[in-house]
Design a protein around this ligand. Structure first.
Ligand code: URP
Ligand code: ZN
Ligand code: ZN
Length: 474
């Protein structure tokens, strides 16, 4: 089946008078787009176009890339409530033109069978562009044989591992080392959910046996040490094998210090945090079952951890701000009303990552505009083998463009969001900065708050290997 069969795009568009921001530049110019690609950048362009967009007073930035989402994912006895259509459309509304989802191997089965399943769910359904990481949950001799083909033929160059969720997704250190060696051989990268699964399982069992069953005990079952220990262990294994590593959803000071220590031996472990860990904290668990809205793994942390993460972005230790978007309807969250360990873990944010990061980061003076682009788009493109097709504004790049009003204020609410979930973790929060127009491969995707693309426009993006981790800014 042809994954990417599409009608040819012959559209010509000019974006005039915008302030173009990339991870390294800040200048005013016009952009002429032909078909899917940026054709020319310059001042007072006199090309003829089918469509002109006046971006005077607005920022023109690369479309966002969210490399950590779970769409239509089977998890904890249910499925995440955003599918490829609703999830990628909501992402576009928020200025994110591409996402990377996770294929989950079923233990005892092949990587290819999981990939076929995920292709079945995604093919023809996405509105925005997407790719996959391959989660290896059972590394054995036959899985090992599949690695090269997944990288070279499928264009899936990153492999996800879980150091937690024992019995479902977790692999042990022996498997981790074996996988790292094989992935390294073929130029790939290992992503990791770095928390100590055995410690967490011990604490969950302890709290349950003591009748401590509210969402607060989800938080208390995953203390900072569980993440700091696993992050350090992962960095050590990556150093030992020489494999490139990327820690997903890093939340806390202890874990970031483990990464900081690895830099002392000149190691570069890439780090992703997620928007919720920058904005929210664990006091949200101190309410009754409402705290279930924030049950995710790792859990929200303390104020001091939020400060560490903002500092880590500035220091270039935190390279990417993603979402780990894994929404569940309130009814699904109620599966755990009598037992926190049965609450489906996950949080909806795919739509608001860019606006929240801009508002809390740029508008409040914590990060620069260039840094915003770097962590919301460019670094993900570089780390995951898509740069410069994705993640920048340059001649020859895909015309994935976000036109953004840095001053317009608006309020986030479940009543107006586009994600398929019936609550918002940011209900009533006022943000400064608003997505005005979004282009995806030269086509207007969002204009006037309306999505102009149909499902099926979103393309699966095959990725390259990136043999060195050095091509990251910051
Ligand atoms: O709570 C979370 N994070 N749910 C999604 C699965 C994962 O661990 O990323
Ligand atoms: Zn995870
Ligand atoms: Zn995740």
């Amino acid at each position: 089946m042809d994954f990417n069969a599409k009608k040819e795009n012959t559209m010509r568009t000019i974006i005039r008078n915008g302030r173009i921001i990339t991870a390294s530049d800040d200048y005013s110019a016009d952009i002429y787009i032909e078909g899917e690609k940026i054709h020319t950048i310059g001042t007072n362009l006199n090309m003829v176009a089918d469509k002109e967009i006046d971006a005077h007073g607005l920022l023109v930035m690369p479309g966002g890339i969210d490399p950590h989402v779970h769409l239509d994912m089977p998890f904890m006895g249910t499925y995440s409530s955003d599918n490829y259509e609703t999830g990628t459309r909501a992402a576009l509304h928020g200025g994110t033109t591409m996402v990377i989802d996770f294929v989950l191997q079923t233990q005892g089965k092949s990587l290819q069978s999981a990939l076929d399943e995920w292709k079945g769910r995604s093919n023809g359904n996405a509105v925005g562009d997407y790719s996959f990481h391959m989660a290896v949950t059972d590394f054995n001799e036959s899985t090992k044989k599949e690695i090269a083909q997944i990288i070279l033929e499928e264009g899936i160059t990153s492999f996800k591992t879980f150091m937690a969720y024992k019995g479902a997704l977790m692999i042990d250190d022996r498997q981790m080392i074996g996988l790292m060696q094989e992935v390294k051989k073929h130029g790939g990268l290992i992503n990791v959910h770095a928390t100590n699964g055995d410690m967490i399982d011990y604490l969950i069992a302890k709290h349950r046996s003591e009748g401590k069953l509210s969402p607060l005990y989800h938080y208390l079952s995953q203390p900072e040490v569980t993440e700091a220990e696993a992050s350090g262990r992962f960095a050590d294994m990556a150093d030992y094998t020489g494999c490139r590593g990327y820690i997903v959803h890093l939340t806390c000071e202890g874990a970031l210090n483990a990464v900081r220590n690895s830099t002392k031996r000149n190691q570069h472990v890439h780090v992703e945090t997620c928007i919720q860990y920058l904005l929210l904290d664990a006091s949200l668990y101190e309410q009754n079952f409402e705290g279930a809205k924030y049950v995710m793994s790792p859990p929200l942390r303390k104020e001091k951890d939020r400060e560490t993460l903002w500092a880590g972005i500035k220091q270039g230790l935190v390279n990417v701000v993603a979402t780990d978007n894994c929404p569940f309807m309130w009814e699904q969250k109620l599966m755990g009303k009598d037992d926190f360990s049965k609450i489906p873990n996950g949080h909806p944010a795919i739509e608001h990552r860019m606006e929240l990061l801009f508002s809390e980061g740029v508008a409040k003076g914590r990060i620069s505009l260039n840094k915003f682009v770097e962590v919301a788009s460019t670094n993900a493109a570089m780390i995951f083998g898509m740069f410069p097709t994705k993640g920048t504004i340059a001649v020859g790049s895909d015309a994935d463009i976000l036109i953004f009003d840095p001053n317009e204020k608006h309020t986030i609410s479940a009543s107006s969001h586009h994600m398929n979930v019936d609550y918002s973790a940011y209900e009533g929060r006022e943000v400064t900065g608003k997505v005005k127009t979004v282009l995806l491969r030269g086509q207007v995707a969002i204009e006037g708050g309306v999505c102009k693309l149909e499902k099926g426009y979103g393309k699966f993006v095959k990725r390259k290997t990136t043999s060195s981790g050095d091509r990251v800014i910051g």
